[in-house]
Design a protein around this ligand. Structure first.
Ligand SMILES: Cc1cc2nc3c(=O)[nH]c(=O)nc-3n(C[C@H](O)[C@H](O)[C@H](O)COP(=O)(O)OP(=O)(O)OC[C@H]3O[C@@H](n4cnc5c(N)ncnc54)[C@H](O)[C@@H]3O)c2cc1C
Length: 512
């Protein structure tokens, strides 16, 4: 006798939890099965050295959708609601960026920055309206899709003639040219360029990097740090899902999604079979198709599309347990609660990206980092500190593989680059942990260790995300859905894919 549910969600990443909570709120009996021993996927907090803990994957919130949190009824306590950003300079002449203002740049660039952020904000808000709903199917002939397309066109038209033209033009543009046309200060251009390409396999000169910049700003561009790290976000979502009636079982990997007579009927695990006519996968598209269902259950064209999905990660995570904060010229103690960017110029970001195209690591990596322990004393023993850093570019398919030597080289290169702007940092390190994309794949089960479960490129965006034939969360197999970062609108701790997937599933139920 197997247990039967209205829906089974495979994976308790934050999107799986959002989807499950909303389905339960819609009256469904929902089971979530998570392979790891804890919920959260890449949004977790864990110990990495005795007494030191860190957000092991995602480390800062910048895109969490308020609409999602409101729909589920979750409030996330933050240590710092709006973290300022410091663009680090080796000379101590840092830039201090506070959303729409910058201090430390020339007056002309400071003014241009405010103007640029306002301009970006207009398009980011337009984009955000498209992210919080499933994209229409192109050419389906269905009235609902035609209506959705018409609404999209109308929304675009509402931007006004000049902004509409700008938007259509900027879609394929790169961030590098835009920054070059607007600013002189290299450090400012480096900071924006890095934010535009973080988590993707692109450099600032790559087409589409202006759209990924806007994607990042979708919820207003505020950066924040939750109390207790990103794991606290996932825990709050799981608690709320359970309160809504969801059953969550951790440490239960799904071995395969069971298909019978061309439709999904449940999942198999070491703990037995669980039955449902609906299985929603929070795993990435490749894992779902090839690892959980099996290519034989899909049409060959679809299989080929999924096979060719670009999903090789480039971000490594570096965690340092520190004996004390470094003494950095130009920074006061309170500045250490900021987010830091280390990217001397847009060219430096592009040069850091170049080797990744050929499967090699950046010799001069670029960083986004923070010291979470400055505003959250649960991360480290009193007087000690933690640094959490994203280090780019570290290609998943490194030439020669991520051998011990390759890891040590990358780790030492990263520390040397940090030590140049934070002299003496290396001597403060009590313990360090480097997670390459290969480690991220192994730890979090994300193919290629990719931030977005699949590149956020124009060919894998909106109407064709993850691939044509599955861009509305429904897979071309009866009863199978996706709800993770690989779907529209993409990755980041947003909750948007989980929210949209739940809307699609509930809507289908209502229309039956
Ligand atoms: C190094 C790194 C740093 C990042 N930093 C940030 C950041 O600072 N801010 C930000 O907003 N975003 C960041 N991101 C992106 C963000 O972490 C992801 O986009 C987001 O976590 C995706 O959430 P998800 O729920 O879709 O999937 P995931 O978090 O990947 O969760 C999927 C879940 O499915 C489970 N699963 C997979 N297969 C099975 C199976 N067979 N059976 C059962 N369970 C299964 C996995 O164990 C996992 O728990 C970062 C990503 C990386 C890799």
């Amino acid at each position: 006798m197997t247990e039967r549910y209205d829906a089974i969600v495979v994976g308790a990443g934050h999107n799986g939890l959002v989807c499950a909570a909303l389905l339960a709120k819609g009256g469904k009996k929902v089971l979530v099965l998570e392979a790891r021993d804890e919920v959260g996927g890449a949004a977790v907090t864990r110990s990495f050295a005795d007494g030191f803990s860190v957000s092991a994957g995602a480390h800062l919130l910048h895109q969490l959708q308020p609409k999602v949190m409101k729909a589920i009824g979750v409030h996330i306590p933050l240590t710092n609601e709006r973290m300022p950003t410091v663009a680090l300079s080796g000379s101590g002449e840092h830039l201090f960026i506070d959303e729409h203002t910058v201090a430390g740049a020339s007056d002309q660039d400071a003014e241009a920055f405010t103007e640029f952020m306002g301009w970006s904000d207009t398009f980011a808000r337009f984009l955000n309206r498209q992210l919080m709903k499933p994209p229409p199917r192109l050419g389906s002939g269905q009235r609902s899709d035609t209506l959705k397309l018409a609404r999209l066109g109308l929304d675009l038209r509402m931007l006004g003639r000049a902004d509409m033209r700008d938007f259509l033009q900027l879609i394929g543009q790169n961030i590098y040219d835009e920054l070059d046309a607007r600013f002189d200060t290299d450090l400012l251009k480096g900071a924006i360029a890095l934010d535009a390409v973080t988590g993707t396999h692109t450099g600032p000169r790559s087409p589409g990097s202006l759209v990924t910049w806007l994607y990042r700003l979708c919820t207003g561009g505020h950066v924040s740090q939750p109390v207790g790290g990103l794991g606290a976000v996932s825990k709050a979502l799981a608690d709320r899902a359970e309160a809504l009636g969801v059953t969550i079982r951790t440490g239960v990997p799904v071995d395969n999604i069971v298909v019978d007579n061309g439709r999904v009927v449940g999942v198999d695990t070491a703990a037995g079979r669980f039955s449902s006519w609906k299985v929603i996968s929070n795993a990435d598209p490749k894992t779902t198709v090839f690892g959980l269902v099996g290519a034989r259950h899909f049409e060959s064209t679809f299989v080929r599309r999924v096979h060719h999905l670009r999903s090789k990660g480039n971000v490594a995570k570096l965690h340092l347990a520190l004996d004390a904060l470094p003494d950095v010229s130009g920074l006061r103690y309170e500045d250490f609660s900021s987010r830091f960017l280390l990217a001397p110029s847009a060219d430096a970001v592009e040069r850091a990206f170049n080797p990744a195209k050929y499967g090699r690591c950046s010799s001069r990596p670029v960083f986004e980092l923070s010291f979470p322990s400055v505003s959250d004393d649960s991360c480290a023993p009193s007087g000690k500190h933690v640094m959490s850093a994203l280090v780019q570019f570290a290609p998943y398919d490194l030439e020669g593989g991520w051998t011990d030597v390759a890891r040590a080289d990358f780790h030492d290169g990263a520390l040397a680059a940090l030590d140049e702007v934070m002299p003496g940092l290396r001597d403060l390190v009590l313990h360090s942990e480097l997670l390459t994309p290969v480690d991220l794949e192994a730890e979090f089960g994300m193919s290629g260790g990719h931030w977005h479960h699949g590149e956020l490129g124009l060919d894998q965006f909106m109407f064709v995300r993850p691939v044509a034939g599955a861009a509305q969360y429904r897979m071309p197999l009866d009863g199978l859905y996706l709800c993770g970062a690989g779907t529209h609108p993409g990755g980041g701790v947003t909750g948007a894919p989980g929210y949209n997937a739940a809307q699609v599933i509930l809507e289908r139920e209502r229309s039956r």
